[in-house]
Design a protein around this ligand. Sequence first.
Ligand code: MN
Length: 228
Amino acid sequence: MENNFYPFVNLPLPYSCDALEPFIDEQTMQLHHGRHLQTYIENLNETLKDHPSLQRLSLDHLLQNCCRIPQALQTPVCNNAGGVFNHRFFFECLANPAQERPDGPLAAAIDRTFGSFDNCMSNLRTAALSVFGSGYAWLVDNYGKLKIITTANQDTPLAQGSRPILTIDVWEHSYYLKHYTDRVCYFENWCKVINWKKASENYLQSQPAPLETGCCNIHPNFKGNAQR
Ligand code: MN
């Protein structure tokens, strides 16, 4: 089930609230999905309710083009659409039981970019711990290159032209009930419930379609006879 257009609804989680135990606790998931995400959804609908032209834009489109919408609406739209996008994305990237690490093209891209899976996760950990206050750490595809980035508050990688592959929400509401202020312990537990299958799908979707092979497959830089 998809819900990328106004009115936004809080889609059920793809698993039960206790499915991530003992790594992420049931009560945290109930509040995170049922209250925090719910509030962003209600506020986004409220922000858009008198703006039919914005209601026709998808969630991704709102976020990618936030600077083009009327200025008075930019902050509430970016914050609330970001809160909806980021939370849906974060929740989809969780699973229990989970694969320990990715395989296939994503695993190969991680090795190419970071040298090893362990080095990638070490960089992601450093990024997650470096977020001051509330935000997210991400593995993204930025124009064909894997990168680890952080975003503040409910900013999204979409606004910077990056395609998200994986994220960890490091707002304290994500871990305070179980881990108190221990973000390191939360990160380590989160590593046990990463949905690498979903991350791999995200990676494949972020890649440009391969060029068709055949006699018409001329490289875009091919100049033909122009240089004779
Ligand atoms: Mn959150």
